[in-house]
Write a protein that binds this ligand. Structure first.
Ligand SMILES: [Zn+2]
Ligand SMILES: [Zn+2]
Length: 183
């Protein structure tokens, strides 16, 4: 089996199928890791990936790299783009890969589209940029840099996500940023 087949199989096991997004995410991962001098067939301890979408491609990136939210090695900044930045935390090198704009004549059938993405020359489907990323210390893997208790709800807030309001230390929910409302 060649490398891409092995990687697609890993992504399929995690995601359920090999859809066009998985194909794109797999090719993005291959391109970015190559640029960083990393082997996508091996787990790399120094890799942190910022993904810009919560769709299929992200599952391919997670499945192949082993980067995950729980390990703090996968960061989701939802800009709604099929794009991701791969950072080597050892040397600070970072590469952003993104899907090039759709072609007008691209297949509408999902299987044909997937096959097109898998077989096209890389420069026709993926844009590669060398970039610089400053990862805040509180976002790095490892022990929490800060852990405090919310003055209002008494829940624990880690990693500097608390908000200081006068004398009070508040969680985001209590400071008015809640995404839910109590019933
Ligand atoms: Zn999918
Ligand atoms: Zn609170």
């Amino acid at each position: 089996m060649n490398a891409i087949t092995t990687l697609l199989e890993k992504a399929k096991q995690f995601h359920g199928d090999i859809c066009p997004g998985i194909a794109t995410g797999t090719r993005m991962t291959i391109a970015a890791m190559r640029e960083l001098g990393m082997n996508p067939l091996e787990k790399n301890q120094n890799l942190i990936v910022y993904v810009e979408i919560d769709r299929c491609a992200t599952d391919a990136i997670q499945a192949i790299t082993g980067c995950s939210l729980g390990h703090r090695t996968l960061k989701v900044l939802n800009f709604g783009k099929f794009a991701a930045t791969f950072v080597d935390t050892q040397n600070g090198k970072a590469v952003r890969v993104s899907q090039l704009p759709k072609k007008e004549d691209q297949p509408t059938d999902m299987n044909e589209l997937r096959d097109m993405i898998l077989n096209a020359p890389e420069e026709q489907i993926i844009r590669i940029q060398e970039v610089s990323v400053q990862i805040p210390p509180e976002d790095m893997p490892g022990f929490p840099s800060r852990s405090v208790t919310c003055s209002k709800c008494k829940e624990q807030i880690m990693d500097g996500r608390d908000i200081q309001k006068g004398e009070l230390i508040l969680c985001k929910s209590c400071s008015g940023e809640a995404y839910y409302s109590s019933l």
